[in-house]
Design a protein around this ligand. Structure first.
Ligand SMILES: Cc1cc2nc3c(=O)[nH]c(=O)nc-3n(C[C@H](O)[C@H](O)[C@H](O)COP(=O)(O)O)c2cc1C
Length: 195
């Protein structure tokens, strides 16, 4: 055995999506964000395309980002915009000082289909979640529709050719770490062929 099965299992099962509303406001340091992203990049990726791109917004920039995204939400939702939701988006920038805009750099002329780079990015995010969990930091991958509004794209500032893949919020949860979630038993999602 190369690693503790018990520790590995506990880490995986302990991982939870923890929304910024549940963050305490304690600051996440840049060194930790770097470590989380660094480990994200060790995810499997077909052909070493390394399609992940990160735009990190920290501290005042995180607050500013969420204020601007609140405005992008209003523009996107138009008459259906809800004040409570706009306020929720804005307030996330006060609760959370480390927000990563996730991007995908896919070469459409390249050797591999889009879904493989998307799968690699998702594996990268899982690594990020696990590193966060090890630190006692909650991660939250969020992909609301308004992020595709031109106003949002402009503030997210992805480079040309990089497709937005949502936001990853990082923050220490207030109080207890959330309880274990739910999953279908393995027999509902697995078929075995043995002969
Ligand atoms: C690609 C992707 C996009 C997601 N986007 C959102 C989102 O926009 N809003 C949200 O509340 N959760 C989002 N989630 C988190 C899921 O809601 C969460 O993973 C699910 O509820 C299971 O909870 P757990 O991560 O704590 O196990 C997303 C997860 C993935 C993988």
């Amino acid at each position: 055995m190369r690693h503790s099965i018990s520790d590995t299992s506990t880490l995986i099962l302990d991982r939870r999506s923890i929304s910024p509303e549940r963050f305490s406001g304690r600051r996440v340091h840049r060194e930790i964000v770097e470590q989380v992203l660094q480990h994200g990049t060790w995810a499997p990726n077909h052909g070493l395309t390394q399609p992940w791109r990160f735009h990190v917004f920290m501290d005042d920039a995180a607050t500013r980002l969420m204020g601007q995204l609140s405005s992008a939400y209003r523009a996107h939702a138009g008459e259906k915009a809800m004040e409570s939701k706009a306020e929720k988006i804005r307030a996330r920038g006060e609760r959370c000082n480390a927000i990563v805009a996730l991007g995908l750099a896919h070469d459409a002329e390249g050797r591999f289909p889009l879904w493989e780079d998307q799968a690699a990015l998702a594996a990268c995010v899982q690594n990020m979640y696990l590193m966060c969990t090890a630190h006692g930091i909650g991660g939250f991958w969020s992909t609301p529709g308004f992020l595709s509004h031109p106003e949002a794209l402009s503030v997210l500032g992805h480079e040309d050719g990089v497709h937005g893949m949502g936001l990853f919020y990082m923050g220490y949860p207030e109080g207890e770490w959330p309880a274990k979630g739910h999953r279908k038993p393995l027999e509902y999602v697995t078929r075995w062929t043995t002969e």
